[in-house]
Design a protein. Structure first.
Lengths: 342, 217
């Protein structure tokens, strides 16, 4: 549905040229949800703006629904853009229009007739669950409600593609979940293809089928979400995966950990990022090496049918058994890091 | 105050109202498109045209630099050509409108600058034409601020029209000048002042109320 071929975008900043996008090639299959993840300044914002030509690529090709957008006249581009909806981090609603009139706006632009507009707006209000707010102004709505209005507005002309520019980054976690749920629903019920950019792994995990990782203007890794999550290749991807595991050493351990073994227990940080069952591995560990363990904290998730996450384990037993246990873990392909001894 | 004086007052007040609001209206008619042009051709805007922007900007600055009293005199040939006379309310409307227009253009440009850039991005993403961006997005969103700016403009015009009165434009200015400054009638002069102050306060109050009503931010 969306095809970016060897897209390059350069900016002139204070006299020198910056490559915001460097030879980016990306495909978004019809009916799928694709996420591009990257830290701020990685070029993801430029990337999504190149899809509807809010930014014109310096070179390369942009195709949406088979149309080469760069070849279109201004008028045809405006028409093509009606098929490409976009929602934003800061919603970008008109403060001077009511919820109803905001949703009606793209239909007015397209020159639809009033009764047809009213009917369509009512359908959309129902879809996003804001029927009672039709006559309210955006300033009286919560962030989540504003984004729902923005989504309804974007869906009004029946687009085939939806671009989401950090659509949940200004929202709290609960609201984020409900907006992501709505997007997933729209994707499945209406078959709308979604391309989103984000800096949060949770967003990718929650709704994406495919993910691409962007760093320094380059797509360094892309594939199905479960593949990338189970076998991340690049350091950047690994960092993103790690950052989404919210496991830290509890405060009461911080003062107690020491650097020498000294007959103590080992505080281990185990990373599961492939298909090995954590339960089985730990059971095996206890049985084979006469060690015992206590789980301090853990963050484990399943996405794309693959379990991954981080586990902090307090390992007790003879020093030799502990060393052998550690070697065993490494042989199993589990990232094991000794954080200290307690 | 005699009955004759009272009728002079009513006539003067009416002329001041007409001059203020009509020149405000014509000034807006001229200034609004120029303000929009200044905004859309600005560097980085969606119809960026540096040459147009600089040219119009210089022209606006030149007109804003001319002191109003000199503008009236300087424009006399043009005023005669346009309305056939250089004396009276009709004649005063020409320099008043021309004097207000560049001021209004800058106010409009500034009001448009307050519209969040993200909104224009959304407009372009929606496939809005440049004309639609101006009429459906920019102007409605900037309206409360433009109304505030117009209140300021009209208040300046009350003052300008009084200045025009001194050189034969009619209105309360002329009354105050003739009976106050030349004839030194303290009652007339002070009454003119009080009425002008009343005008200014009313315009500000109506402007504030209207802007507040239109503002849903």
């Amino acid at each position: 549905m969306i095809e970016l071929n060897n897209v390059v975008k350069t900016f002139k900043v204070a006299g020198r040229t910056v490559r915001a996008l460097d030879d980016v090639t990306l495909r978004v299959p019809s009916g799928k949800v694709v996420g591009v993840i990257g830290s701020s300044g990685a070029g993801k914002s430029t990337l999504i703006r190149c899809v509807n030509l809010l930014e014109r690529p310096t070179c390369g090709e942009v195709r949406v629904a088979g149309q080469n957008l760069l070849e279109l006249s201004t008028l045809d581009l405006a028409k093509a853009r009606r098929q490409i909806g976009m929602i934003f981090q800061h919603f970008n609603l008109l403060s001077s229009r009511t919820v109803f009139d905001n949703i009606a706006l793209p239909l007015e632009l397209a020159g639809e007739r009033k009764p047809a507009i009213a009917q369509r707006v009512r359908e959309l209000l129902e879809l996003v669950g804001l029927t009672e707010k039709a006559e309210s102004y955006p300033s009286s709505l919560s962030g989540g409600q504003k984004q729902r209005v923005a989504i309804a507005r974007t869906l009004a002309p029946n687009p085939r593609v939806l671009l989401c520019d950090e659509a949940t980054s200004a929202l709290d976690p609960a609201t984020t979940r409900s907006i992501l749920g709505l997007l997933r629903d729209i994707n499945q019920r209406l078959g709308i293809t979604i391309l989103l950019i984000t800096h949060e792994m949770e967003v990718v995990r929650a709704i994406c089928d495919f993910v691409a990782v962007i760093d320094n203007g380059r797509l360094i890794e892309q594939g199905a979400v479960h593949e990338i999550f189970s076998q991340p290749q690049s350091e950047v991807t690994k960092r993103f995966l790690e950052s989404s595991h919210q496991v830290s050493v509890p405060r009461e351990y911080e003062g107690r950990t020491q650097l020498d073994f000294d007959d103590a227990k080992t505080l281990l940080r185990l990373e599961f990022s492939n298909s090995i069952g954590q339960g089985a591995v730990i059971a095996e560990l206890y049985r084979k090496f006469q060690v015992s363990g206590d789980i301090v904290s853990a963050h484990l998730e399943t996405s794309g049918g693959v379990k991954h996450g981080v586990l902090l384990l307090e390992l007790a037993g003879e020093q030799e058994s502990q060393t052998r246990a550690l070697d065993y873990l490494k042989d199993q392909g589990i990232g094991a890091e000794v954080l200290g001894y307690v | 105050m005699s009955e004759a004086m009272l009728s002079l007052f009513l006539k003067g007040a009416w002329e001041t109202v007409v001059m203020t609001f009509l020149s405000g209206f014509f000034g807006l008619l001229l200034g609004l498109p120029v303000g929009v042009l200044l905004f859309v051709t600005r560097p980085g805007q969606f119809l960026e045209k540096l040459l147009v922007y600089r040219g119009v900007s210089v022209l606006v600055n030149i007109f804003r630099a001319i002191p109003f009293l000199i503008l009236i005199v300087w424009m006399i040939p043009f005023t005669r050509f346009l309305v056939g006379t250089s004396i009276g309310v009709k004649a005063a409307l020409v320099p008043l409108s021309i004097g207000a227009a560049p001021f209004i253009a800058r106010l409009v440009e500034n009001s448009l600058l307050e519209v969040p850039a993200g909104l224009l991005e959304a407009a372009r993403a929606m496939g809005a034409s440049s004309f639609q961006i101006v009429t459906k997005f920019l102007l409605p969103e900037a309206l409360p601020s433009i109304v505030n700016g117009m209140a300021i403009t009209l208040i300046s015009l009350v003052g300008y029209s009084a200045m025009g009165g001194a050189v034969g434009a009619g209105g309360l200015g002329q009354l105050g000048y003739q009976y106050g400054y030349v004839g030194y009638d303290a009652v007339v002069m002070n009454t003119v002042l009080v009425v002008l102050i009343g005008f200014v306060f009313s315009i500000q109050a109506v402007g504030d109320a209207l802007s507040r009503r239109l503002n849903h931010r």
